[in-house]
Design a protein around this ligand. Structure first.
Ligand code: HEC
Length: 133
C-alpha cells in the first residue's frame, strides 16, 4: 500500500496532469478547477459565483469558523463528494472524486486511478489549508 502510494504520487507529480510545474500541484489544480467559483484566492468571488443558486463558500475562513482548527477531513470529504450524504437540495459543486477518478482510471487503471484521485484531493485540501486567514 505504501509503495503504491509513493509510486502513484511520484507519477502524479512528475506528469503534472498538464498543469504548470513551477507551482505546487494543489495550487495549480485549484486555479484550474476551483477558482472559477471560489475565486483566485478562495474568497468565494469567482467569475461563475453569481450564476450559482448557492454562493460558493469562502474557503479562507474555514479554520476560523471551526474554532481555530482547520477541518481537514470535512474539506476532503466535501471536495471528494462521492460519500457526502446530501443534506438538502442539490449540490452546486461538482463531485470531484468521481471526475478525477474517471480521468485517472484511464491512465492508471482501477486501483492506481483511485489512489491518484485521492492524492489529488489531498493536495487540494492541503492547499486550501494554506489559504486560511
Ligand atoms: C461550479 C462552481 C464550483 C466549483 C467549480 C467548485 N466549487 Fe466548491 N463549492 C461550490 C459551492 C456553491 C459551495 C457551497 C455549498 C455546496 O453547494 O456544496 C462549495 C463548497 C465548497 C467547500 C465547502 C466549504 C465549507 O464551508 O465547508 C469546499 C471545501 C470546496 N467547495 C472546495 C472546492 C474545491 C477544492 C474545488 C476545485 C477542485 C471546488 N470547490 C470547485 C461551488 C463550486
Amino acid at each position: 500500500m505504501h509503495k503504491w502510494f509513493a509510486a502513484a504520487t511520484a507519477i502524479l507529480l512528475s506528469s503534472g496532469s498538464g498543469v504548470a510545474q513551477e507551482m505546487p500541484y494543489g495550487q495549480a489544480e485549484y486555479l484550474n478547477s476551483c477558482a472559477a467559483c471560489h475565486g483566485p484566492r478562495g474568497k468565494g468571488n469567482g467569475a461563475l459565483a453569481e450564476t450559482l443558486r448557492v454562493p460558493p463558500a469562502d474557503l479562507t475562513q474555514l479554520e476560523k469558523k471551526n474554532g481555530g482548527e482547520f477541518p481537514y477531513f470535512r474539506v476532503y470529504a466535501v471536495i471528494d463528494g462521492r460519500f457526502v450524504v446530501p443534506g438538502h437540495g442539490e449540490r452546486d459543486m461538482p463531485v470531484w472524486g468521481r471526475q478525477f477518478l474517471d480521468e485517472d482510471v484511464q491512465v492508471y487503471g482501477p486501483n492506481g486511478g483511485e489512489i491518484v484521485a485521492q492524492e489529488r484531493i489531498h493536495e487540494l485540501a492541503g492547499y486550501i489549508q494554506t489559504l486560511q486567514q
